[in-house]
Design a protein around this ligand. Structure first.
Ligand code: FES
Length: 485
């Protein structure tokens, strides 16, 4: 996930029973010691954790999960009882899960370690579960214990051993080698680091006499599986969307076309692998915006980084009873895309709340409805109507993840982009994703419905962003830097 920064926890193994991230553990340090990977855990334990994670909706793409299970297994061995969540949240500090929003992982801990040791497995209709996952993630996603074992199916999983490896060379091309180490050496790139620069707004607020203003910044989608693909000469390249939609962040990824082109060029199978730094530098972001809200005249003027479709998305959220003017501007920066989760629409939902002075129920263009209420303790109460739920655990998991992502977007997320438009915060830890210990309690209530099933998590994302911003008194910049709990 961080490849390798020692920051995402995906590669966690046990060294003499102690959890360690493998990517930054030199081999000389493990001479004569015992290494246990996820697959080295007892089969009954793997099954128990896998079942608990699948039942609780604690795994979605599954890229983070084997590492988390290994760490939790070590915690269990220390005798931490079920129901005690402090040590679990502390242990999760060494990991990043972008999909689930942490709460369901804590629930999976209770289920896996509880006195009943998982209890009976609730019945699940696999077709309905995968249908719900597809609606929420936008692409196919496997559901089940195998996902927790990292077997959901990732882009690079089936690449042939003899394939060449290609990594971006930082000059718009690729360095190619027989192995990843060779390719990286040929690229000669120094791993990116976290800057200490202040986050700055990207655009100036339009001139006007405003009741409320908002400036958003560059935000990293922070999906865990970096973009990857591989291809035989003349073949069909592997999709980078192997097990999940990456919140829309990979829909415009070049890796497939690059894998095919390089395979044809070299006459051999080629794997294209982006590092975390490459994903941050090259991957699309949601378009930053600056806006003014005039309540008396029910008027919003927004300036937004030029992105096809973003003006329509803003207009759809603000509704016909608000006057909206949108100015699209070109700025030096990473690419932007409307495909990022509810891009433009969620910003519009927040501006609509500023116009009304209150965050109410929202209805997404896909038909999902949601409302969010922040409790006095910072907890989040989320109601969602996504039509027929199909699989409550899956829908709830996606809604939890969307609530976590929205709360982080408003309060803590952002990356620094320099004056030349190049992202310089390139490590997982610099994205500002809410950590487990900072994540408020989230309660998701799924409204019963006989409507056709529709995406619900995007509506939740917009509703929570608006509710958090409103609860904090509509501060003028995101991230607000204010915590929820
Ligand atoms: Fe944790 Fe996707 S399930 S990052």
């Amino acid at each position: 996930g961080c490849s390798p920064q020692g920051q995402c926890g995906c590669c966690t193994v046990l060294v003499d029973g102690q959890p360690r991230v493998a990517c930054v553990t030199p081999v000389r340090r493990i001479a004569g010691r015992s290494i246990t990977t996820f697959d080295g855990l007892p089969a009954a334990d793997r099954d128990r954790w896998g079942e608990a994670f699948a039942t609780c909706g604690a795994t979605q793409c599954g890229f983070c999960t084997p590492g988390i299970v290994v760490r939790l297994a070590a915690l269990e061995a220390k005798g931490i009882p079920p129901g005690e969540h402090g040590p679990v949240e502390q242990a999760l500090l060494a990991h990043l899960c972008r999909c689930t929003g942490w709460r369901t992982i804590v629930e999976a801990w209770d289920r896996a370690t509880g006195p009943v040791r998982s209890g009976p497995v609730p019945p699940r209709d696999a077709d309905r579960a995968t249908r719900r996952a597809r609606l929420e993630g936008g692409v196919d996603q496997a559901i089940g214990p195998e996902v927790a074992a990292g077997r959901g199916g990732f882009a690079d999983d089936l690449a042939p051993a003899e394939a060449l490896v290609a990594v971006p060379d930082g000059r718009g091309g690729y360095a190619v080698g027989a192995t990843l180490t060779e390719a990286r050496a040929a690229a000669g790139r120094v791993p990116g680091r976290h800057t200490t620069d202040e986050l700055r707004p990207v655009l100036a607020v339009p001139e006007g006499d405003w009741d409320i203003t908002l400036q958003t910044g560059w935000v990293e989608p922070a999906y865990l599986e970096p973009d990857a693909s591989w291809c035989w000469p003349g073949g069909t390249p592997a999709t980078p969307l192997g097990n999940g939609g990456a919140f829309g962040g990979k829909h415009t990824s070049k890796v497939q076309a690059d894998a095919r082109r390089l395979a044809d060029q070299h006459g051999r199978a080629v794997r294209v692998l982006w590092s975390r730094e490459d994903v941050v530098r090259l991957g699309p972001k949601r378009p930053p915006l600056a806006a003014g809200v005039d309540r008396r005249n029910r008027r919003v003027v927004a300036r937004v980084v030029r992105t096809p479709g973003v003006a329509d998305a803003l207009a759809a959220a603000l509704g016909p009873d608000a006057e909206l003017a949108v100015e699209e501007v070109d700025v030096a920066g990473p690419p932007t895309s409307r495909t990022l989760r509810a891009a433009g629409w969620a910003e519009g939902v927040a501006l609509r709340a500023a116009l009304d002075g209150v965050a109410g129920e929202v209805a997404s263009p896909q038909g999902g409805r949601a409302r969010a209420v922040i409790g006095p303790d910072g907890s989040l109460d989320v109601h969602v109507d996504a039509g027929m739920p199909l699989d409550e655990a899956v829908l709830r998991s996606y809604c939890m993840g969307a609530a976590h992502m929205a709360a982080g977007w408003v309060t803590s997320e952002g990356i620094v982009v320099d004056d030349d438009g190049v992202p310089v915060d390139l490590t997982i830890r610099s994205f500002g994703v809410l950590r487990a210990i900072d994540t408020p309690f989230v309660r998701v209530v799924i409204e019963p419905s006989e409507r056709d099933p529709v995406n619900g998590s995007d509506a939740v994302f917009g509703a929570v962003a608006a509710a958090v911003w409103a609860a904090q008194g509509f501060p003028p910049r995101w991230p607000t830097g204010r915590t929820l709990r």
